[in-house]
Ligand binder design. Structure first.
Ligand SMILES: [Zn+2]
Length: 178
């Protein structure tokens, strides 16, 4: 298995307004794949994808025919608490070509409607700020507007029908100095 580490975080963090987009934290996923157990305590059962087209959270792309993938229970939160729920995601189980943090959303994520669910610095859902963005509706602009609110710590993109986790956006961490 090969996972690419984030390489440009420091450069991104130099700009205070930079936004960090991630599907699944690569090291956490690598750990789970190594132990063979997901966040729900289920055994991870990889399978060869014959047709492709699964939405993958490790690289925010679609699977290709022949990829080895797995459906796993995952809690994509940087903290614990009652709002840090666990749900199903699909990932490369081997040979992910591009698991890294990026500062922009892949265009394909804006091809379908998306629910944006903000979480506050109190680690709860900011229900009054939840947005339903139509396909092609400038998803990144809505993400930026939500993160401009100092009470919002991070934003989840969620499938509008099933509520499944799609991506997380937050302001890039500033580098420590001194
Ligand atoms: Zn992948």
């Amino acid at each position: 298995m090969h996972l690419i580490e984030p390489t440009e975080r420091e450069a991104d963090a130099a700009e205070a307004t930079a936004i960090e987009i991630i599907g699944i934290e690569p090291r956490a996923l690598a750990d789970a794949l190594a132990t063979g157990v997901d966040h729900g305590g289920n055994p991870i059962e990889p399978f060869a994808d014959p047709a492709g087209g699964w939405p993958l959270r490790c690289c925010l792309g679609d699977s290709r025919p022949g990829d080895e993938i797995a459906i796993i229970a995952w809690s994509p939160f940087p903290w614990r608490g009652p709002y840090a729920e666990t749900g199903p995601v699909v990932v490369h189980a081997r040979g992910c070509p591009g698991a890294e943090t990026t500062d922009r959303l892949p265009d394909r994520l804006d091809l379908a409607p998306m629910t944006l669910r903000p979480y506050g610095i109190d680690r709860r859902i900011a229900y009054d700020r939840v947005r339903h963005v139509p396909a092609g509706g400038s998803l990144m602009r809505h993400v930026r507007e939500l993160l401009d609110d100092p009470d919002v710590e991070l934003v989840h993109g969620r499938n509008v029908t099933g509520g499944c986790y799609s991506f997380q956006a937050r302001l890039a961490r500033r580098p420590h100095s001194g």
